[in-house]
Design a protein around this ligand. Structure first.
Ligand code: MRU
Length: 335
């Protein structure tokens, strides 16, 4: 069975609780927009494209209750996580359908279908980049869990693995919430894709010892000049890959491209609760008087990116701005 992060049936949103993986499979069901907002904030559902789809269904659920207006439901959902651009695209897609008297549930379904279809194209377009690679590094989770199905960074890995079954994946554990060791490793293990989890601070060692041939990550928001936000720690992987001449790729659907932001300086970065750093598996690990800082994302300058794997193909940083027209055309012709 392929992994699915969420699905919508009988006017109910079903969410696979990603906080419980890999140990337990817990499905949360909701018909309330406030609960969808809380699931996004607390990371029951996470990963930029999946957050966008969950929010789209949150809007659809709100439209079924006289208590909510499109504007109010959008406000509640927008206040959940600030960095993932997909969140705002998912909300806006259904808000405008609802405000124009169209069926919000059909709009959310179409939004979901488009995201998944784009991930399949990302897989096909990115796989040739890994055709001759033996070992690839990824950071955080940009798989089916982060995108509803299939993935962004994991999509080319999945496709490449079909023809190159010895392709080996280094998985950064991704402190503090361990999206790499809990979620990416879980997806790869289910499919028998060879991999090893490494401590976040081990990537530089392997990159400098020529044990990694390519790096591929997802993104939460890509600015017009190609600067992009992704899980904290991405920036340092990009710098070390560049220093060692290892190609570094970013894979994302159109809903992650924010062409109105001219550079990464304009991307808002979420800061999460200190407890995520100060505690581990429920136990306090830092001294009682210690404080913590906890930015959830960092911004990597476009100059470190070898290519962006998009639904329309692979492009270089200087070509990102030109994608705006293709993205607009494809979004306008979406179901
Ligand atoms: O805080 P998270 O787990 O939502 O962060 C997710 C990431 O940073 C992913 O790499 C990104 O959303 C791309 S997912 C296809």
């Amino acid at each position: 069975m392929p992994v699915r992060a969420l699905w919508y049936r009988d006017h109910t949103l079903h969410l696979l609780d990603q906080r419980r993986l890999p140990g337990r499979t817990v499905i949360r069901r909701t018909r309330r927009v406030e609960e969808v907002a809380s699931a996004i904030r607390t990371m029951v559902v996470r990963g930029a494209p999946a957050i966008g789809v969950a929010a789209a269904y949150g809007m659809a659920l709100a439209s079924r209750s006289a208590k909510w207006s499109p504007a109010r439901a959008a406000r509640v959902l927008r206040a959940t996580r600030p960095t993932a651009f997909d969140l705002f695209v998912g909300i806006e897609t259904v808000r405008s359908a609802w405000a124009r008297g169209k069926d919000p549930e059909a709009s959310a379904d179409a939004y979901r279908t488009k995201v998944v279809e784009e991930c399949h194209r990302i897989g096909a377009n990115g796989a040739p980049l890994l055709a001759s690679a033996r070992r690839v590094l990824t950071h955080c989770n940009a798989g089916a869990l982060a995108t509803v199905e299939w993935g962004t960074a994991l999509a080319p890995i999945r496709v490449a693995h079909e023809t190159n079954p010895r392709l080996f994946v280094f998985v950064d554990e991704t402190r503090p919430l361990l999206q790499g060791s809990r979620l990416t490793a879980w997806e790869l293990a289910r499919e028998g894709i060879p991999h090893a989890v490494i401590a976040d601070n081990a990537a530089g060692y392997y990159l400098s010892h020529r044990e990694i041939d390519a790096v591929i990550v997802g993104a939460d928001r890509i600015a017009r000049n190609g600067d992009f936000a992704n899980k904290i720690g991405t920036y340092e992987k990009a710098v070390v890959a560049h220093e060692n001449g290892v190609p570094f790729y970013v894979a994302a659907p159109w809903t992650t491209f924010d062409f109105r932001r001219t550079s990464g300086r304009d991307i808002p970065v979420e800061e999460r609760a200190p407890d995520e750093v100060l505690r581990f598996a429920g136990e306090r690990i830092a001294p009682r008087r210690s404080e913590a800082r906890n930015p959830a994302f960092d911004v990597t300058p476009a100059r470190y990116v070898s290519g962006y794997v998009t639904p329309a193909g692979v492009v270089r940083p200087r070509e990102v701005a030109r994608l705006a027209t293709i993205a607009r055309t494809e979004s306008a012709s979406a179901p």
